[in-house]
Design a protein around this ligand. Structure first.
Ligand code: NAD
Length: 555
């Protein structure tokens, strides 16, 4: 482990006996050697057989696979993370495809909804509105001195599940697990934060088991001041920290991003990370259709953070290909819950205005598809089953290979399933989804649907930012990440209909995305470290591995 991967634990004396076993960062459980057991007062506190980490992994897997529901699997993994963090990551990193849907969408959504019931041990920091005025002081309670990534939410728009209040904490926890699992960000350098300003969720407000602030959400200037106090305090305690906004409601998300993106090292994954993963998917899909990005006409269902974020990044990629910004935007159309977003509408939020075209009002998606004849439809609406048979069949009549991205999460909110997209389009659709779907065989051909999973982007981007101590996160970094991700998708992937690389390769992919991002950081003069001679080696040297420490070896 290199010096920058040390936790503050390692600056102090290693605890002994039960205290060592109860420290998840230091605990090795049955893998403590005889010599370590003697040196650290562990004799008698463990069964005699000394296990290898691989034997421990096997034991975890056997128990994990006996669980009958995904929520139980989630609880099992969280309990392991609380006992032995190294083993948790060893299990997760070696079984990522199997476990990502448990530690992240869709199961994490169920965990957030059941937060009050399944809560066992606290993780991360809960900063509530009642703590205002003393957040700076509070942050000293966090034991790690070198926090490099904070993922924070206020719980207002959790996946497609709406306001989950304090239960939203499941999301920063899950995302940070993926920072480590996908890109080797050292777990002790990560901090999940819940900014609790209340909730509008009526069920939680009435629920005695609810663990958050049982009051309506603080809004307006008081809310802004509270968020500012937290960000300022966090930057003061950890000057190099990357702050990721996660699952804020769209009335606050766009505004907070605009306010902070040029002041501190920050980004919003729902807006920018989603945009990069969708753009990468589009680049890959265009390798199948053989048409350039500039020739696409795209209709989005949903004009929120994800939709407008994706549109903005696609527009900037079209501009990179020589299109004017106005020309690029004219190819991007939105249908929201009130119909096609057009100039004559008077009910549009600010973030939609740049895509409000001079066109007739059309009340629904099918009408918009018939009128606009798009090459691609992208669902980011939280409206389950909105891509019905007629929509998919219409897209297939218009296009030889229609591009259909059903990105709403969790699975229950998806605009259509992989099976529906492939069968209704008679195998023509180029499909990606937000939550995972199984492979589907249509007329003898097996399609492996790609998951437009933000985990392809944010961990690698974070790695590039951390390894360079970047001062800001810019759209150019997201475009570079998207291009690199598309470049990592092989012809073999495309042949089976998958427009992203296999998740099995995610750590390698993240390293290359880290390099692509780091190159932008240096080119744009945003680095806080000197340029390394070998960028890939530098990036890889920043990747933590889930291996036990030898406690008897001198550092
Ligand atoms: P948001 O709340 O900001 O926006 C949702 C939008 O959908 C709003 O514009 C709303 O008006 C619109 N909408 C709601 N019902 C609709 C309907 N019946 N018809 C048309 N439009 C409708 O949320 P968001 O951050 O944009 O996220 C939207 C969805 O995308 C969520 O389910 C989220 O989980 C998913 N998402 C997926 C990924 C991914 O797959 N990588 C990433 C981010 C978000």
């Amino acid at each position: 482990m290199s010096a920058n991967h040390r936790s503050s634990h390692e600056d102090t004396q290693t605890p002994t006996g039960a205290a060592l076993l109860h420290d998840p960062w230091l605990n090795k459980g049955t893998a403590f050697t005889q010599a370590e057991r003697e040196a650290f007062g562990l004799q008698g506190l463990l069964p005699p057989h000394v296990c290898t980490i691989d034997e421990q992994v096997q034991r975890v897997l056997e128990n994990y696979r006996k669980k009958t529901t995904d929520l139980e699997r989630y609880i099992h993994l969280v309990a392991l993370q609380d006992r032995n963090e190294t083993l948790f990551y060893r299990v997760l990193m070696t079984h990522l495809e199997e476990m990502m849907p448990i530690v992240y969408t869709p199961t994490v959504g169920t965990a957030c909804q059941n937060f009050g019931q399944i809560f066992r041990r606290s993780r991360g920091m809960y900063v509530s509105y009642n703590d205002r005025g003393r957040i700076h002081e509070m942050l000293r309670n966090w034991p790690q001195k070198d926090v490099r990534v904070i993922v924070m939410t206020d719980g207002e728009r959790i996946l497609g599940l709406g306001d989950q209040g304090a239960g939203g904490m499941g999301i920063p926890i899950g995302k940070l697990s993926l920072y480590t699992a996908c890109a080797g960000i050292c777990p002790s350098q990560t901090l999940p934060v819940m900014l609790d300003v209340g909730t509008e969720n009526e069920a939680y407000l009435k629920d005695p088991m609810y663990l958050g602030l049982s009051q309506r959400r603080v809004r307006g200037k008081d809310y802004e001041d509270f968020v500012s106090e937290f960000i300022t305090a966090a930057k003061d305690r950890w000057p190099d920290v990357l702050v990721q906004f996660e699952d804020f409601g769209n009335t606050t998300a766009f505004h907070l991003l605009e306010k902070w993106r040029d002041r501190v090292c920050t980004f919003n994954d729902d807006i920018q990370g989603t945009a990069a993963v969708a753009l990468a998917g589009l680049f890959s899909a265009l390798r199948i259709t053989g048409k350039p990005l500039r020739q696409q006409r795209i209709v989005f269902l949903g004009a929120g953070e994800a939709g407008v974020g994706i549109g903005d990044l696609i527009a900037s990629a079209m501009v990179d290909e020589g299109e004017t910004l106005e020309g690029a935007r004219s190819k991007l159309w939105y249908v929201d819950s009130k119909g096609l977003v057009v100039k004559s509408r008077t009910d549009l939020a600010d973030h939609k205005l740049r895509y409000a075209h001079d066109y007739e009002q059309i009340p629904n998606l099918l009408g918009a598809i018939r009128a606009l004849q798009p090459t691609a439809i992208i669902g980011v609406s939280t409206s389950a089953k909105a891509f019905n048979r007629e929509i998919i069949e219409t897209m297939s009549r218009i296009n030889e290979r229609p591009i259909v991205f059903a990105l709403s999460n969790p699975t229950s909110k998806s605009e259509c399933s992989a099976e529906e997209a492939y069968s209704w389009s008679k195998g023509k659709a180029i499909f990606a989804s937000g939550s995972p779907f199984p492979s589907y065989t249509y007329e003898g051909r097996t399609f492996v649907p790609g998951q437009g999973n933000n985990s392809y982007i944010f961990p690698g981007l974070g790695l590039g930012v951390i390894a360079t101590r970047a001062k800001r996160v810019t759209d150019r970094m997201f475009s570079a990440a998207a291009r690199e991700l598309a470049a990592r998708t092989t012809q073999e992937d495309l042949d089976m209909g998958r427009i992203y690389p296999s998740l099995k390769l995610i750590q390698e992919v993240s390293a290359y995305i880290g390099v692509a991002v780091a190159e932008v950081v240096f080119k744009d003069g945003l680095a806080g470290v000197p340029r390394p001679a070998d960028m890939l080696e530098h990036i890889k040297s920043n990747m933590w591995k889930p291996e036990y420490r030898d406690y008897l070896k001198k550092p």
